[in-house]
Design a protein around this ligand. Structure first.
Ligand code: KIV
Ligand code: ZN
Length: 518
């Protein structure tokens, strides 16, 4: 690679598993984090921020396990400017072929006064001390100036200088509160890189939050100002309004190479799969009109657009859907499709199921094809995701009858399988969903609180499958479950039970003494 090309290479640093996971309710299990890390690694993300090791034993475990399994990516862990954090982080990432400690401290006057209660001079000493400690553990050290965009430039220059002198190899200047505009953000990088001695010894990095909807624009502006690392998340998941969306950054760079002369290592074909996976495990649905990965991102409804598309796709499309892993929706699967075709279709959609799961999924597909005129790829995906989520150990929904309508109260009669034993209960409620959830509670008594109930239609039409997300909370633990069915109430019951199984309430229900402890 020539020096010129290397200069224009932009590193993609994904923080879905750290900043993304910090979104309220987006917490993921170890297994889910491993799946996300695997696809990020496969797609060519340069650095994966796998978590915040000091936050909990679970976080430590997942960073360590991701570090062990990573094939190509650098694995980073986050650490506050505290020795215990840095040591714990070093311990987790040292298992990676290439590990990184990412340590940060606030630099803005408002953070220093209200959050840190420290003077500027004290923070400068902290930077030198903590970056030095990190460098004693590992060669690859990133230092971040939290709230950099609200930090006076002169002081920010002194902080960056101290971090580079202590050995930081990457300097990240986050727009922590999503306050900057593109011009300001670009200029900040130009000024800092011009003024700080030895600035060329470090790679500069952007990290933008989306409070004003400017995260991607600001990130690209920072790169124009000399940054060569972009911190971002799949689907823009992240604190408050989220972080810059990885898929938007990658496709902007690829599509507008004429004015954005950079390259990155991410293979765009993985973008849609990564988006779906992150949406499923975080339970944050992707808005239909979301750039690149939204359901409508490549859909054309108006007659004029459709006419243009039929003549030449470039009339209304600046990217090809297949480039980001979006396949044209197909209608080929139906009630006459056999097991073989179904298995092939699953393979095409990226699923490989074991024999039992395949048999169950096929039975459900046939059942769906009997009830639904067209079975789209999205229907099959929803069905398989539901199968995966509800397979294995745990309580299962066997049958549900609901009496609903204006008469009230609405009534649900539910049968569930609990360890091979069928139990049936009736419950009334304020609406059919409430009655269904009360029937579940009658069979599996628990104290969990329902904190989210969301329904969306997988495809169009009144026979569309409903995909329901349920989030339950008990004693500070959060779990989410999904269910899909053409019957919204059956999907709701499945989602609730999947979340309940994750909370392990079933075992405790069998041992009512333990139940209240959940
Ligand atoms: O937004 C922010 O400032 C951060 C830092 C921890 C890098 O996420
Ligand atoms: Zn952040």
């Amino acid at each position: 690679m020539t020096a010129e090309m290397a200069k224009d290479q932009v590193r993609i640093f994904d923080t879905t598993l750290r900043d993304g996971e910090q979104s309220p309710g987006a917490s993921m299990t170890l297994e889910e984090k491993l799946q996300v890390a695997e696809i990020l690694d496969d797609m060519g993300v340069d650095i994966i921020e796998a978590g915040f090791p000091i936050a909990s034993n679970g976080d430590f475990e997942s960073v360590r396990e991701i570090a062990r399994r990573a094939k190509r990516a650098v694995i980073a862990g986050l650490a506050r400017a505290i020795h215990a954090d840095i040591d714990r982080c070093g311990e987790a990432v040292r298992h990676a072929e290439r590990g990184r400690i990412h340590t940060f401290v606030s630099t803005s006057p408002i953070h220093l006064k209200y959050q840190m209660n420290k003077t500027e001079e004290q923070v400068l000493e902290i930077i030198t001390d903590t970056v030095t400690r990190s460098r004693n553990l590992i060669d690859d050290v990133e230092w971040s100036a939290m709230d950099a965009t609200r930090t006076p430039l002169d002081y920010l220059c002194r902080c960056v200088e101290a971090a580079i002198k202590a050995g930081a190899t990457t300097i990240n200047l986050p727009d922590t509160v999503g306050y900057a505009t593109p011009d300001e953000y670009r200029q900040m990088f130009v000024d800092i890189r011009n003024r700080v001695p030895d600035a060329d010894k470090a790679v500069f990095s952007v990290h933008c939050h989306n409070d004003l909807g400017l995260a991607v624009a600001n990130s690209l502006a920072g790169v124009a100002g000399g940054a060569r690392q972009i911190e971002c998340t799949v689907n823009g998941l992240g604190e408050r309004a989220g972080n810059a969306a990885l898929e938007e950054i990658v496709m902007a760079i690829r599509t507008r190479g004429d004015v954005l002369p950079y390259v990155c290592n991410v293979e765009p074909k993985y973008l849609m799969r990564a988006s779906k996976l992150v949406s499923a495990v975080s339970n944050f649905p992707v808005q239909y009109n979301k750039a690149i990965v939204g359901k409508n991102a490549f859909a054309h409804e108006s007659g004029i657009h459709q006419d243009g598309m039929l003549k030449n796709a470039e009339t209304y499309e600046i990217m090809r859907p297949e480039d980001v892993g979006v396949k044209a929706t197909s209608l080929v699967m139906g009630k006459h499709s056999g097991r073989h075709a179904f298995k092939d279709k699953l393979k095409e959609l990226g699923y490989e199921l074991g024999d039992n799961a395949l048999q169950d999924a096929f039975r459900r597909f046939k059942d769906l094809a009997d009830r639904k005129k067209h079975v789209y790829d999205e229907d099959i995906e929803a069905l398989v995701e539901d199968e995966i989520a509800t397979a294995g150990e745990g309580a299962k929904v066997i049958a549900l009858t609901v009496i609903a309508g204006t008469g009230g109260p609405q009534k649900a009669i539910l049968t569930m399988d609990i360890d091979g034993r069928h139990e049936t209960r009736e419950a009334t409620g304020d609406g059919p969903v409430d009655a269904t959830f009360k029937a579940i509670k009658a069979i599996v008594p628990h104290d969990a609180r329902l904190s989210l109930y969301q329904v969306h239609a997988v495809t169009e039409g009144t026979d569309a499958q409903a995909e329901v997300s349920v989030r339950l909370e008990a004693n500070g633990r959060v779990s989410t479950g999904k269910g899909a069915d053409t019957d919204t109430l059956v999907a709701s019951a499945r989602a609730y039970v999947a979340a309940l199984n994750k909370l392990s309430l079933r075992q405790q229900a069998l041992n009512p003494g333990a139940l209240k402890a959940v």
